[in-house]
Write a protein that binds this ligand. Structure first.
Ligand code: SAH
Ligand code: SF4
Length: 396
């Protein structure tokens, strides 16, 4: 049975039924995903002196996150005996790509295996001016939003920081986007043509219920000597874990997206049940209080278009009233169906009429083009393909 939001603690943290463990088959700790300070401690454990540990940690850090190296032997500026000591004590474990699907529209979906035999999905969406990686923060989700397929699956556990940043690393492997020998990291960054230029935490799971893992992973993604993406190119989407929102602004500094989907508490209680715990009023207040909120760094409100449920003109009018005073844009998401879903997507002219009302009120209201629908990679569809494949296997 999925955990209910009421089982989470006061600060919004949830206790998954299996505690996250770093993947370390041979019982050696995994160095991927560790914050810099912890990496430094690991260097000392491998025999580096206190004095040298910072430099060694910086070297390893750059190999891992600037060069994408996953073998100790490749770290050629470390003495051989030190590399051997590291290899003896620690692992460099990334998620393993089990399956890679390519959509007709260029979207790539990766099915990744992580420790415990669990699987998560990551989606790469190429666009004209950017390439966005949609990453997962949990296996399944504790929150049971009624229109979301992930929400029908039991939460298994939080992903570790290694598994979260690992999704970025394996995607960059697959895209061939690491600097070649002789090339400086800034050469590929400066070209302005990064294949993986943006990260959205919009895959499986509620990122603010896995705060530490998400924060540690994003720190690596933002680090100038790491993957080096600007904090403004990272968007965290939350269903509304109000007490953790300000922390996300302060400790990560990323952009925020809110899964709004309804304009009355009555309807939102049904569509996004976490609303029973933190209602629209408290959610909107937390948005107004979000650190660094400005016209340049607006909040995105996501709004899934459900036929006859939340798509009337009256909903659109209430929506613009509700978010009054918040620098915002509204992302209208056509509902992506999944087997057994209790909703249908609104008709196209209804979505356009809704967008028009929002637009006239002065808010940008892009309609999100579904990407990768043919490989079930669109919003809210993740995990369904692999689950179905498994069911078919069992049936054989
Ligand atoms: N748990 C987080 C992030 C993951 S969901 C959250 O809820 O914000 C990413 C976005 O996809 C959310 O806005 C979510 O509401 C939306 N979504 C979920 N299921 C969907 C579906 N079937 N069709 C369209 N959007 C969906
Ligand atoms: Fe979880 Fe987000 Fe899906 Fe809701 S929409 S069930 S919070 S993944």
């Amino acid at each position: 049975m999925p955990l209910s939001p009421d089982m989470s603690s006061e600060d919004g943290a949830v206790t998954p039924d299996v505690v996250a463990v770093p993947r370390n088959e041979g019982n050696r700790p995994n160095l991927i995903g560790l914050p810099r300070e912890a990496l430094r401690t690991a260097m000392i454990e491998a025999g580096a002196s206190e004095r040298q540990s910072k430099m060694r940690a910086n070297q390893v850090w750059r190999w891992l996150y600037q060069r994408g190296v996953s073998e100790w032997e490749a770290m050629t500026d470390l003495a051989k005996p030190f590399r051997a000591a590291l290899a003896e004590k620690f692992e460099l474990q990334r998620p393993e790509i089990v399956e890679r699907q390519l959509s007709a529209d260029g979207t790539r979906k990766y099915l990744l295996r992580i420790s415990g035999g669990h699987e998560v999905e990551t989606v790469y969406i190429p666009e004209e001016d950017r390439g966005t990686l949609c990453i997962s923060s949990q296996v399944g989700c504790t929150l049971s939003c009624t229109f979301c397929h992930t929400g029908t699956q039991k939460l298994v556990r939080n992903l570790t920081a290694a598994e979260i940043v690992g999704q970025v690393l394996v995607a960059r492997d697959d895209l061939g986007e690491w600097p070649q020998p002789g090339q400086r990291p800034q050469d590929i960054h400066e070209s302005g043509k990064r294949l993986l230029s943006n990260v959205v935490l919009m895959g499986m799971g509620e990122p603010l219920y896995n705060f530490d893992g998400v924060r540690d992973a994003m720190k690596i993604v933002m680090d100038g000597e790491g993957v080096s993406l600007s904090r403004r190119r990272i968007t965290l989407s939350t269903s509304g874990v109000v007490p953790a929102m300000a922390r996300a602004g302060e400790e990560i500094g990323c952009l925020l997206a809110i899964s709004l989907h309804a304009t009355t508490d009555e309807l939102r209680d049904v569509l996004v049940p976490i609303n029973k715990r933190w209602n629209l009023e408290s959610l909107l207040q937390a948005c107004r209080d979000y650190p660094r909120l400005s016209n340049a760094e607006r909040i995105t409100f996501e709004y899934v278009m459900l036929k006859g449920v939340n798509d009337a003109d009256a909903d659109a009018k209430r929506l613009v009233k509700l978010i009054q005073g918040v620098p915002a844009k509204i992302n209208l998401i056509p509902f992506n169906p999944w087997p057994g879903a209790p909703y249908e997507c609104s008709d196209w002219d209804r979505i356009e009429a809704f967008a028009e009302i929002v637009n006239r009120a002065g808010y940008a209201s892009p309609i999100r083009t579904p990407r990768g629908r043919d490989i079930l990679a669109a919003c809210g569809q993740l995990k369904s393909a692999s689950e179905r494949a498994r069911r078919e296997k069992v049936a054989l």
